[in-house]
Ligand binder design. Structure first.
Ligand SMILES: C[S@@+](CC[C@H](N)C(=O)[O-])C[C@H]1O[C@@H](n2cnc3c(N)ncnc32)[C@H](O)[C@@H]1O
Length: 184
């Protein structure tokens, strides 16, 4: 299932080890899913050096390019967020989750916002940990509100004000739906 067994294989063990070493370090952990060019996560990593910023993205070239600019407190991996949350992150380890403009699924296989994923996110967040979510797709907004019916929370630490997709939305006059909730 979306590569969940992949990181058991020897050729991927190095990634698992890097992740394990990063997770063993002190400091609050932020995760960004689908960081694209890394503008937001790299900016937060520089602004908040006391935090650990972990980013996952499917597009390999984006990961390679962004990782060249990552400071020591930022780990960027080519990985499916569903794998990260369902099999690799320890319970109650994530303080802030940034999920900005997830890709609308092109097939059922690619659905990110599912009940299983929501359960894995709930497990990985610390109690009181914050999900910061944005989309311009009404159906994804509705899915997120259904899957994460949690109390509203103040925004997590933010750096660059707008992600790349949000800039496009602003330019094109598209509505942006935002959700900021804390795991009970
Ligand atoms: C619409 S783009 C938004 C990029 C950026 N977050 C923004 O707001 O501009 C969605 C990004 O999520 C990545 N992505 C899609 N599904 C993913 C998954 N399951 N795990 C990790 N990244 C994913 C895509 O490769 C793409 O770069």
């Amino acid at each position: 299932m979306y590569g969940t067994r992949l990181f058991d294989q020897p050729e991927h063990a190095a990634v698992r080890e890097r992740l394990g070493a990063f997770l063993a370090r002190p400091g609050p952990l932020a995760v960004e899913i689908g960081f694209d060019h890394g503008m937001c996560i790299l900016d937060r990593a520089r602004r908040f050096p006391e935090t650990r910023q972990l980013g996952v993205e499917l597009r390999e070239q984006r990961v390679i390019a962004a990782a060249e600019n990552a400071p020591d407190n930022c780990l960027l991996l080519r990985m499916d967020a569903r794998t990260l949350f369902t099999v690799l992150l320890p319970a109650a380890s994530v303080q802030w989750l940034y999920l900005l403009f997830p890709t609308p699924p092109s097939s059922p296989k690619r659905v990110l916002l599912s009940a299983g994923f929501a359960a894995a996110v709930e497990r990985a967040l610390v109690p009181g940990g914050v999900l910061w979510f944005a989309t311009d797709v009404p159906e994804l907004d509705a899915a997120a509100r259904t899957l994460f019916p949690w109390p509203e929370a103040p925004p997590p630490p933010l750096g660059v004000e707008l992600s790349r997709r949000e800039r496009v939305c602003r330019r094109d006059g598209l509505p942006v739906y935002r959700l900021c909730v804390a795991r009970p």
